[in-house]
Each structure stands twice: as structure tokens, then as C-alpha cells.
Design a protein around this ligand. Structure first.
Ligand SMILES: Nc1ncnc2c1ncn2[C@@H]1O[C@H](COP(=O)(O)OP(=O)(O)OP(=O)(O)O)[C@@H](O)[C@H]1O
Ligand SMILES: [Mg+2]
Length: 308
């Protein structure tokens, strides 16, 4: 299988610090991979290596089959990059800026201008298209930076914290856009601290700490691996003396008292009916039996906490 992003042993040092430490990663076409990790984990450095801005000290990376060291020019066309602190030419009007940027990829002026206009319109900034960027709010500037990453219609996007400066409404719009871009068979590497965003957008997560990938997989897989079987909660209509000792025989109880319990079982399909029959025999009336959903935050904190 051909990967759109592929790295092997990718390493970058800054003096004493190894910012990216033997990173091996594969991202298939059309996949959205979220790179999660604490401050200083090496996310931005990874993105800069993958977009030929930095040169690795060891290992290699290929983007759509092109080597990042040997073929920097090709990579630039294939990749749309939203950087952590995008610098914009503030004196330029939004439309001129995006057109100028598109032309720098060798695209025809008229084609790029109409694309820029459409993007501005889609992002609700049509009215501002002739205003200089210096008059734009932080969130609007961030949106222009995202449009700049899209102007040459690249098949691969690197988005470094795309919603960090945005209000909830704009953030949602950007997330929905990213999702649509993903549906378009675009390959996206998304760096984020926002776990809800990662869960909403990503097909797969890679958790990075001290420049190394410490866990990766689909959200559900990571939850299963790290948190075990899902936590279930059962509530009774009235207290039942000895509830805990009754259920202890059948499942692994995490907490509870005479009216409720939280427990886990590797095989809920067969265990739950037995448990309910047993409770009925004791005269207990079960009001609810539900799954307590575990958050990605639990998974993340467990991984980062463990491996620090
Ligand atoms: N140009 C540089 N010169 C020296 N050290 C650097 C440079 N760029 C990054 N580093 C160091 O490399 C490590 C990784 O930084 P990086 O910016 O990649 O982290 P990050 O995961 O993007 O963090 P954040 O979530 O805060 O954006 C940090 O220790 C950082 O101080
Ligand atoms: Mg960063």
C-alpha cells in the first residue's frame, strides 16, 4: 500500500534536546491522523520536518512518495500548511493576499482569484475580502491562514492547532470544514490539544511524548487497550442490603453502595442477564443499567501520565 505520509526513524535534535526521536508513522490516503501530545512533545517539529522546512538529523520521511530532503519543491505543492503562528502580510487585503499566495505556486491569476473568492465566501468573509488583514480579528486571521493552506488545492494538509484562537462558532466551522476536506480523500495530519476535536475529526490518533509515539490507534481501540472493558452502572429503585456481595460473585465491582454499583465485565452479553436474574431473585428492582462513557481525556492522561 502506498502511504501519503510515511516516516521511519525520523529524528531531529536541537543541541541537547531531541525534539523528534526515531518517529515512524504511516498515514494512508484520505485518512485524518491526529497528533496529540503535551507542550514540547515534538508535534510542530514533526510538521516542519514533513513539510521540508527542517532537515532531519536521522531517518527519512516521504510525502506522497517524495523524499522531504531531496524533493522540497514537489512537497511544497502537495502540502497545504497551517502553521502554529501564521505570519500574514497585514497591509494586504484578504483577497489580494490569497491570490498572491496562490500565484506563488505557479497557478494562473484568474483561476486563483476566483478560488480565493469562493473560499472567502464559504468562510463567511466575503464582505471583508477587500479589507486589509490588519483590521481582522485573531480568529479571522486564523481562518485566512487556513484558506492560504487550501489555496492550491493540495491533497495533503498539515494543520498545527487550527482552532486554537477561535471562538466556539468559528472553531466548529473550521472543524466541519476539516471533516469535509477529509471526506474529499484529502490526507490530513492534525496537531491539537483539543481532545474533543481529535475524537470528532480523526480516524486515528497518535499520542506523542518526548518526540516518541507512545500509543496509536483508533479512539475505540485505545480506550479498549488502556481502560479495559467499559464501565457499567446499575441503579435500583430501593436499597438492597448486601447488593455489593451479591454482585461481587459475578462481576468486578468498581464502586457502589446499597442502591447503585459500577462494575466491569469482559463479557456483558452473557453476564448481564445472569446478574439481573440474580438481583430479581433477591427482590431488587433495577431502574437503569447503562454504560458510563469513558472520555478520550482519561485515555490521554493515562498514557501521558504513565510514560512521562
Ligand atoms: N528552533 C528550535 N530551536 C531549539 N529548540 C527547539 C526549536 N524548535 C523546537 N525546539 C524544542 O523542541 C521540543 C519540541 O518542540 P515542538 O515545538 O515541536 O513541540 P510541540 O509538541 O509542538 O509543543 P506545543 O504543544 O507547545 O506546540 C521542545 O523542547 C522545544 O523547546
Ligand atoms: Mg506546537
Amino acid at each position: 500500500m502506498a502511504y501519503m505520509i510515511e516516516t521511519e526513524g525520523l529524528t531531529k535534535r536541537f543541541g541537547e534536546i531531541t525534539a523528534v526521536d526515531g518517529l515512524s508513522l504511516k498515514v494512508a490516503e484520505g485518512e485524518i491522523l491526529a497528533l496529540l501530545g503535551p507542550n514540547g512533545a515534538g508535534k510542530t517539529t514533526t510538521v516542519r520536518l514533513l513539510s521540508s522546512i527542517l532537515r532531519p538529523d536521522a531517518g527519512w520521511a516521504k510525502i506522497a512518495g517524495h523524499d522531504v530532503v531531496e524533493e522540497g519543491q514537489v512537497i511544497r505543492r502537495k502540502v497545504g500548511l497551517l502553521t502554529e503562528f501564521p505570519g500574514l502580510y497585514l497591509r494586504m487585503p484578504a483577497l489580494d493576499y490569497l491570490t498572491f499566495f496562490g500565484e506563488s505556486y505557479g497557478l494562473a491569476r484568474e483561476e486563483v482569484k476566483s478560488r480565493a473568492l469562493r473560499l472567502l465566501k464559504d468562510f463567511g468573509m466575503e464582505a471583508e475580502s477587500k479589507k486589509p488583514l490588519s483590521t481582522f480579528s485573531k480568529g479571522m486571521r486564523q481562518k485566512v491562514a487556513l484558506l492560504r493552506a487550501l489555496i492550491h488545492d493540495p491533497p495533503i494538509l498539515f494543520l498545527d492547532e487550527p482552532t486554537s484562537a477561535m471562538d466556539p462558532h468559528s472553531a466548529k466551522m473550521v472543524r466541519d470544514t476539516i471533516r469535509e476536506l477529509g471526506h474529499d480523500r484529502r490526507t490530513i495530519l492534525l496537531c491539537t490539544h483539543n481532545l474533543t476535536e481529535a475524537e470528532y475529526l480523526a480516524d486515528r490518533l497518535a499520542i506523542i511524548n518526548h518526540g516518541r509515539i507512545v500509543a496509536q490507534g483508533r479512539v475505540g481501540e485505545l480506550k479498549g487497550q488502556l481502560l479495559g472493558p467499559p464501565l457499567l452502572e446499575l441503579r435500583l429503585a430501593r436499597p438492597l442490603d448486601g447488593l455489593l456481595s451479591v454482585v461481587h460473585e459475578l462481576v468486578e465491582v468498581e464502586s457502589g453502595d446499597a442502591t447503585w454499583i459500577r462494575y466491569r465485565t469482559p463479557d456483558p452479553q452473557s453476564t448481564n442477564p445472569i446478574l439481573l436474574r440474580r438481583l430479581a431473585q433477591e427482590g431488587a428492582e433495577v431502574v437503569t443499567l447503562s454504560e458510563v462513557s469513558s472520555s478520550l481525556e482519561e485515555v490521554y492522561l493515562r498514557i501521558i501520565g504513565q510514560k512521562r
